[in-house]
Design a protein around this ligand. Sequence first.
Ligand SMILES: Nc1ncnc2c1ncn2[C@@H]1O[C@H](COP(=O)(O)OP(=O)(O)OP(=O)(O)O)[C@@H](O)[C@H]1O
Ligand SMILES: [Mg+2]
Length: 382
Amino acid sequence: MGCACFGALNWRKGKNDSSQLETPGIGTSNARLFSYNSLRSATMDFHPSNKIGGGGYGVVHRGVLRDGTQVAVKSLSAGSKQGTDEFLTEINMISNTRHPNLVKLIGCCVEGDHRILVYEYLENNSLANSLLGSKSKYIFLDWPKRSVICVETAIGLAFLHEEVEPNIVHRDIKASNILLDGNFLPKIGDFGLAKLFPDNVTHVSTRVAGTVGYLAPEYALLGQLTKKADVYSFGVLMLEIISGSSSSKAAFGEELLVLVEWTWKLREEGRLLDVVDPELTKVPEDEVTRFIKVALFCTQAAAHQRPTMKQVVEMLSKQVQLNDKALTKPGVYRAHGARHFGGASSEETSSSQAEKGKQSANRFEDPTQSNVADFVTEMFPR
Ligand SMILES: Nc1ncnc2c1ncn2[C@@H]1O[C@H](COP(=O)(O)OP(=O)(O)OP(=O)(O)O)[C@@H](O)[C@H]1O
Ligand SMILES: [Mg+2]
């Protein structure tokens, strides 16, 4: 798995029981090594009142370091079978992957069975809480803020896909992994985490049923994990930001459609703007329409018809006229053989759409992004 080729890691002892990791061959890392005791005191012994969330990877606590820095402390659940050196190498990689639109990994703790990650703390929490969460956590975000969140998130994802070497496929783009800083600028969290669980594809695969709305059909059905699966999830996320509705929790219309299906239906009926959050009273219609169309380009059934994230950034930030005649129906994966938009089963529909997609001209086709080269990971079909 990964980069064990870098060899053993050493770290220098520093002041305050945290220090910088040092990796022979790739230079000194940005990551600090924390003792378990220092994280216990930062989080008041992992006190429940400091718990700010928890997901498939473990529990997250808010903490304050001795120098006053606020941090988010993520205790990984058992399941990381990596040895210490390999774990630290991955941590090194993640913490060296820095960008204004990525949550910064400050360091980690590896003591006994403990595997703990220490991140910068984002004070406005996740989009899942602020935009889609319960009333107590809801924060109204106006259109200018939402539009910046879409563009900046796209920039962060394009960085992971195209600028980091080796490229990183996030695998889990969703509202709870988009965190907002004090100015409501977004940062993508949890990138690179899947690598810490070498034998554990279950973290993602168990949620095939749970967060169906985010999963690209080819990923859910065939286990083909590519950058284009992230693009799909990003498209769903954009629709959530525009509509203020959670894709996994809300169903629309009499047929109980999921958000992408509903948006497509509205488009067919010539009332695309009806998908916009009713809380947003005044919106620049041209810009919002363009954003919705970009989301539809991202969620097309055939992966190769989806744009790259770099193209998405361009489409969102320039006032370009999108050729939406080239748009094909979105693909949707539903677990448990639930009725699928278009009438066929999800598997039939996805593959026939993919086939159709191959035949039609694709405005965003990029021959350098061939499907095969695009695959970074293949999982076994579930
Ligand atoms: N750096 C951070 N700053 C502030 N809050 C955070 C930070 N990281 C996580 N959180 C909070 O903790 C919650 C849980 O995060 P976590 O990543 O553990 O679970 P998740 O995103 O819901 O699921 P998954 O495990 O699939 O990523 C987030 O929704 C967010 O509210
Ligand atoms: Mg998360």
